[in-house]
Design a protein around this ligand. Structure first.
Ligand SMILES: *Cc1c(COP(=O)(O)O)cnc(C)c1O
Length: 318
């Protein structure tokens, strides 16, 4: 299990690279949602999501051990983060993406200096490919969540929230593979065990909810939730025990609630948030977290969405 010490070390390692993102508070949203809520704005983070925190910690350690190449298997925020930090640290990266990856995502990876390799359509094909490439070329494969350095990097968000909002009572966090919430809950429970940490999943991607219910890692079928960063089919071997031990609660949100939260965040808070980034806010909006007098921080985890997709979601098309 990841210790607080690792998270504090990660903070030192990544502080030159990442932003300490702001806390946003929007009175009109608090009134309309009937919750005392503010937002940890990781959509304003470098590369547009929190993934740069874990990636920076993991890639920096790899470089310290002499790596000149890192690989990842993600066309999304993790792939962009690994490409960005590898370039910044002066090493190369190969990001393995599905053959049907969107041109916008591929362009983003390339703009950050990553080399893109296409492989298959499932992560079961891409991960071994990325691992093999690393092995063949003396590089290091960087997983998106199931890695101690990655979890520790994401945990730095927990430390920042406790400093920025000392009177916080509940922290709401999206769950994909569970790296983000594992890091945050580890930091928060070590420093402030009185603060509740609540996970949020789309009900279409409720693998962690099912796993907790079953008391063991349980996979779901491929899902089409609009929250594409949360489509992971099962929690990780490292993240699940942390979540099972430390999490206070887990709630799920519907697709229409995610879209409504994105709209409210756009219209009232003037923030562009991707679907995965909006699930914790959606749970607060839907009254599923806490009571009206409790102080809630909802983590907005990312803001990478192409404009056409954003426009159609906000306009109410499918
Ligand atoms: C990756 C990601 C998540 C989920 O993080 P996990 O560590 O996999 O649980 C949530 N939101 C966004 C925007 C992401 O990119």
């Amino acid at each position: 299990m990841v210790k607080l010490e690792k998270i504090e070390q990660a903070r030192t390692v990544i502080q030159e690279v990442i932003h300490e993102t702001p806390i946003l508070r929007v009175r009109s949203l608090e009134e309309s949602w009937k919750r005392k809520v503010c937002f940890k704005a990781e959509h304003l983070q470098k590369t547009g999501s929190f993934k740069i925190r874990g990636a920076t910690n993991a890639v920096t350690h790899a470089v310290t051990q002499g790596a000149e190449l890192v690989t990842a298997a993600s066309s999304g925020n993790h792939g962009q983060a690994v490409a960005y930090i590898a370039s910044k640290l002066g090493i190369s990266s190969v990001i393995v993406v599905p053959t049907d990856a969107s041109p916008a995502k591929v362009a983003a990876i390339e703009a950050y200096g990553g080399h893109v390799e296409y492989c298959g359509t499932t992560s079961a094909e891409r991960i071994p490919r990325a691992q093999l490439l690393a092995e063949e070329q003396g590089g290091v494969y960087i997983p998106p969540y199931d890695h101690e350095d990655v979890i520790a990097g994401q945990g730095t968000i927990g430390l920042e929230i406790l400093e920025q909002v000392p009177d916080v009572e509940i922290i709401a966090v999206p769950i994909g593979g569970g790296g983000l919430i594992s890091g945050i809950v580890t930091a928060v429970k070590a420093k402030r065990p009185d603060v509740l940490v609540v996970g949020v999943e789309p009900s279409l991607a409720n693998d962690t909810e099912l796993s907790l219910k079953n008391g063991e890692i349980t996979a779901i079928d491929p899902t089409k939730t609009i929250a594409d960063g949360l489509r992971t089919s099962q929690p990780g071997d490292l993240t699940f025990p942390i979540v099972a031990k430390l999490l206070d609660d887990l709630v799920t949100v519907e697709e229409h609630e995610i879209i409504q939260a994105m709209r409210d965040l756009a219209v009232r808070a003037k923030q562009l948030v991707e679907p995965s980034g909006a699930v914790a806010a959606a749970a607060v909006m839907a009254g599923k977290i806490g009571a009206p007098e409790q102080k809630i921080v909802a983590v907005i985890s990312g803001g990478n969405i192409d404009l056409a997709r954003l426009a159609s979601l906000l306009a109410g098309d499918k």
